[in-house]
Design a protein. Structure first.
Length: 338
């Protein structure tokens, strides 16, 4: 028997939904304990009104747990229903011991959703009791996905970028982009923020939202170079259909912090030649995700990457997503960069 405790009526914001499921032991016929699920929709999440500092702190705590060996993170897997749909699903699985929860998150990533007035990335998170497998909650994770990605970018900068960073160059205007810029600015209070994306209407709307929420002027650029060249922090969150060297190494300012995590690789292979360190949040996932192109990049910098990662692991939290790098010249230790 499955009972929905209440429903949303006429678009009104509901109380926290819960689903009650009753099971019967097939051998004895006796009723078993009720299973209660909590359901949080997007409006429920929004009502929490988490501050920027709370978001960063929550993600940082998870990274500390990871650095302390208190997590299990499985490589992501993908489902592409039909190439004609121009999108796919990412399935992410993990366990965080301090939270006492295991989870499976499914993220839809469909590039053409803007034509339908929908976000390109939408997600659902399922949480479970890791001791029994009992379902705990079903959560609209679109905001969580966007904010978590932005928090990782900000935490990476907090520990790796220069303290005096004042210019941000951001490529891309996807959902995660907003939180990249917002959370980075909460730490650095940039003098200048530049943004660029392929579609003019997208980058203009992105800039308008940032100006409204951050209360400062946002520079909209017409091309990659004018967005990136000379910036202290560079974030590349593009949506290329295929790998292309759009981000030129010669544009990168000495000592800059570079965050490349676009859908397809957009960096020149020579970028690894000027890096003094590369940091990833999980080498297992990084290796699993690497294409042949990424493998070639890793091979060229394997020794210093392993050394940097080992040093960074001793100073938690581990800071980044798939690739975070600073460029030469830079300081030898994280603490000196701050």
């Amino acid at each position: 028997m499955r009972t929905y405790k209440h429903m949303t009526v006429n678009g009104a914001i509901p109380k926290l939904d819960s689903i009650e499921t009753q099971h019967t032991d097939l051998e004895s016929g006796d009723p078993m304990a009720d299973i209660l699920l909590t359901y949080l929709n997007g409006r429920d999440i929004a009502r929490l009104k988490m501050t920027d500092a709370e978001i960063i702190a929550a993600v940082e705590q998870a990274l500390v747990a990871q650095g302390n060996g208190q997590t299990v993170i499985e490589p992501r897997v993908h489902l592409m229903p039909d190439p004609a749909f121009n999108g796919h699903f990412n399935v992410l699985r993990g366990y965080v011991a301090p939270l006492g929860l295991a989870g499976v998150k499914v993220v839809g990533d469909f590039v053409d959703n803007y034509k339908l007035g929908l976000p390109s990335e939408m997600a659902m998170l399922n949480l479970f009791d890791p001791r029994t497998g009992m379902p705990v909650a079903v959560i609209d994770a679109t905001f969580i996905t966007d904010a978590r990605t932005g928090a990782l970018t900000a935490i990476g900068a907090k520990h790796l970028a220069r303290r005096d960073s004042k210019v941000l160059g951001h490529i891309g205007a996807r959902g995660t982009s907003y939180w990249n810029v917002r959370l980075l600015d909460s730490l650095y209070d940039f003098d200048e923020i530049r943004v660029h994306s392929r579609r003019p209407e997208s980058r203009n709307a992105f800039a308008a939202r940032l100006e409204r929420d951050l209360g400062k002027k946002i520079v909209v650029t017409e091309d990659w170079e004018s967005c990136v060249r000379g910036a202290d922090i560079v974030v590349e969150a593009s949506r290329l259909e295929r790998p292309a060297p759009m981000l030129k190494t010669e544009w990168i300012k000495p000592g800059a912090f570079v965050v490349p995590y676009g859908t397809m690789s957009a960096v020149e292979l020579s970028l690894t030649d000027i890096m003094t360190r590369m940091v990833v949040d999980d080498w297992g996932n990084a290796r699993a995700a690497c294409s042949a192109r990424c493998a070639r990049m890793s091979k060229r910098a394997s020794c210093r990457n392993r050394r940097s990662t080992a040093n960074w692991a001793r100073s938690p939290p581990a800071a980044s997503r798939v690739a975070r790098a600073t460029t030469r010249p830079t300081c030898s230790g994280t603490e000196a960069c701050r």
